[in-house]
Design a protein around this ligand. Structure first.
Ligand code: PLP
Length: 389
């Protein structure tokens, strides 16, 4: 199996699996219990929080564990609006956010909020001037992802936070850093954000755990009421095994961070160069700023068909965000690139585990598929493409 869809999810790393097993079978106490087993669980939880905080570059008290990135995004948005409810009803975001941001915002527009969606240019980038121009005295939230999950582009979050400061509007700044966490260097303070979302299963931890960074001093309304866990913000017995696994995955990544970044950067470059050499008609839709994501297109070959053909060869890549399976990607469409180019777009996303042989195998498989298709070019399923300059 060749797995090149690491922006969708990752294999759980051995350190995370080991930590989860230990907590599930040995250190399984409830952190709220007062006896030794419970105290040990509370200590392990605190140690895990400290590791995640170190990975983020923030204080441990600023990390609240959640169940996933979607929960963090939904909570951050609703909490920010609750805090700003007497100050305004305007929100600024981008047209290329994940559904975990866009869907709650869509629901909020039905409740009287006005949302400004910033659109990217052809390369998938948003300019700081666009953010500046969209801010209003009644803007109460700016939500902008750090790295786009389909294009791999970096968005100007720091500049957005600076623009909010300069404008004097009451907005809180939230960033969905699910794809940027550990992959690109940042700290929440350096970005100037109030709220930041991350998700464990994109970095070698299991599914079912994430975290929300809440800047010191921001008094969020609780997500869940009950036993008062997570500083009273999110009651419910902590998911100790998943949290221990997240901490172990973060630590394993931190131990080899530079090596991982250099490896994925080189691998992506190798893939893009090999692809263009092998298939001159291939289009690089986005080379991605983040080391692990790029998007390429094979005009004339619908993405769904490519994904299926590759899958038959035991190679897994995505036709766009896995969360929008079967539908054309609104992210690729938002770049305004021509439809003939976008119809064949694939997202290829690497992990530190991937090898050059795997990247080369993907290129060969695409070449093989293209050869097969070219020999049947007259079949009606083929999409007509204009001559490339
Ligand atoms: N935000 C981004 C940018 C993502 O890529 C994803 C997952 O694909 C999410 C949010 C949702 O995270 P989760 O799957 O942990 O809910």
């Amino acid at each position: 199996m060749i797995y090149l869809d690491n922006a969708a999810t990752t294999r759980v790393c051995p350190e995370a699996a080991q930590a989860a097993l230990e907590v599930m079978t040995r250190d399984f106490g409830n952190p709220s219990s007062r006896y030794a087993l419970g105290r040990a669980a509370a200590e392990r939880l605190a140690a895990g929080r400290a590791v995640v905080a170190r990975a983020l570059g923030c204080q441990a008290e600023e990390v609240v564990f959640t169940s996933c990135g979607t929960e963090g995004d939904n909570w951050a948005i609703r909490a920010a609006l609750e805090l700003g409810k007497r100050k305004g009803k305007h929100i600024v975001t981008t047209a290329i956010e994940h559904a975990a941001v866009l869907e709650p915002l869509r629901a909020l527009s039905a409740q009287g909020y006005e949302v400004t969606y910033l659109r990217p240019d052809r390369s998938g980038r948003i300019s700081p001037a666009q953010v500046q121009g969209a801010l209003r005295p009644d803007t109460v939230l700016v939500s902008m992802m750090l790295v786009n999950n389909e294009l791999g582009t970096l968005l100007p979050v720091r500049e957005a936070a600076e623009a909010v400061q300069r404008s004097g509007c009451p907005a809180l700044v939230h960033t969905d850093a699910v794809q940027g966490f550990l992959k690109v260097p940042f700290t929440p303070e350096g970005l100037g954000v109030d709220l930041l979302t991350l998700s464990g299963h994109k970095v070698g931890a299991p599914k079912g755990v994430g975290a929300l960074y809440v800047r010191t001093g921001r008094k969020l309304p609780p997500l869940l009421l009950g036993g008062g866990q997570e500083g009273g913000l999110r009651s419910g017995t902590e998911a100790t095994a998943q949290i221990a696994a997240l901490a172990a995955a973060c630590q394993a990544w931190l131990d080899r961070r530079e090596e991982h970044t250099a490896h994925m950067t080189a691998l992506k470059q190798f893939f893009l160069e090999s692809l263009q050499a092998a298939l001159p008609q291939a289009v690089v839709v986005s080379a991605g700023d983040a080391p692990h994501i790029c998007a390429v297109s094979l005009p004339g070959y619908p993405s769904e068909m490519l994904v299926r053909e590759l899958s038959d060869r035991d190679i897994f890549v995505s036709a766009g965000s896995a969360c929008r399976r079967g539908k054309p990607s609104y992210v690729f469409a938002a770049t305004g690139r021509p439809k003939w180019e976008l119809l064949g777009t694939l997202r290829v996303s690497f992990s530190p585990e991937n090898t050059r042989e795997e990247a080369a195998a993907l290129v060969s498989a695409l070449q093989e598929i293209a050869r097969g298709r070219v020999s049947q070019a007259s079949r009606p399923r083929r999409v007509q493409t204009p001559t490339q300059p």
